[in-house]
Design a protein around this ligand. Structure first.
Ligand code: ATP
Ligand code: MG
Length: 260
């Protein structure tokens, strides 16, 4: 059984790609076969964080020139990676048919993958939403700023209205310590509960970290450097929570034709 997991936020720049890459590596280390897809088609940058430069990307797959198998590249720690492709303005706004084709194209790799991690673009565009809606589990990244909470709320509301998605996991990024992470989560859950009938579960926090920032500049994910124990423990805790998190409810087209 392949689990699909979307990483989403609403607001940009809160750390989705950083978390997706490090979580993918951590899950692979813990024994899952992970494929990560950069769904930020057009402005893809996950490959940069991993120090990769794949020749074939999802845009070639969508153009009908290559299969998903062709586009799979070997990422750090043995993860498999599907790049979104860069500088392709026509990829920024996939129409509904192209989005459906993208989701179905991944069926090809179901047998090679235990976890499909989907790094989504910022904003509640139709593209972002359709990849969120196609996933079994949704991990929402927030930071402790009102704009992040508002945008994450809007994203959750859109997913709930559109297809009755009722379960989300939340990770709080750039925190001082575990207590601060929990406090931001509780506040966000309280706001959400007031207006929406959805269940939020706490997946954990990622500390504000200069080492994490440096790892991005060096294009070598911190999950490859176990000496950074504070950051790596945080990613391990999130990985365990994500595996344990419930599947989302609701309807709609899913990755791997799952009807969970
Ligand atoms: N825990 C952290 N500590 C310090 N810096 C961080 C942390 N998480 C992310 N950053 C920094 O924040 C910036 C944005 O991160 P990232 O690109 O992962 O965000 P994003 O949500 O994927 O952005 P976009 O919406 O543009 O895709 C990066 O420069 C990264 O170095
Ligand atoms: Mg990103």
């Amino acid at each position: 059984m392949t689990i699909s997991l979307a990483i989403a936020s609403g607001k940009g720049g809160v750390g989705k790609t950083t978390i997706a890459v490090n979580l993918a590596i951590t899950l692979q280390r813990m024994g899952s076969r992970v494929t990560m897809m950069d769904a930020d088609f057009g402005l893809a940058n996950a490959h940069i964080l991993m120090g990769q430069n794949p020749k074939i990307t999802m845009s070639d797959v969508l153009a009908g020139e290559n299969s998903v198998q062709d586009a799979l590249s070997e990422g750090p720690a043995g993860i498999k990676f599907l790049s979104g492709g860069s500088g392709l303005l026509d990829m920024l706004n996939l129409d509904a048919e192209a989005r459906y084709r993208t989701i179905r194209a991944l069926d090809e790799i179901e047998n090679q993958t235990d976890v499909l991690m989907v790094d989504t673009p910022a904003g509640a565009s139709d593209s972002t939403l359709s990849f969120v809606l196609a996933s079994d589990k949704v991990l929402v990244v927030i930071v402790g700023e009102p704009t992040s909470l508002m945008d994450a709320y809007a994203m959750i509301k859109a997913a709930h209205m559109e297809q009755q998605v009722d379960k989300f996991s939340v990770v709080v990024n750039m925190v001082r310590d575990a207590d601060q992470g929990m406090a931001h989560f509780e506040k966000f859950r309280a706001i959400t509960r007031r207006f929406l009938d959805v269940e939020l579960s706490y997946a954990g926090h990622v500390p504000q970290s200069q080492a994490l920032r440096n790892s991005i500049v060096r294009r070598s994910p911190i999950a490859l450097h176990p000496e950074h124990t504070r950051e790596n423990r945080a990613f391990e805790a999130i990985a365990r929570e994500v595996l344990r998190a419930p599947f989302r409810g609701g309807q709609g087209v899913r990755f791997f034709n799952s009807d969970r």
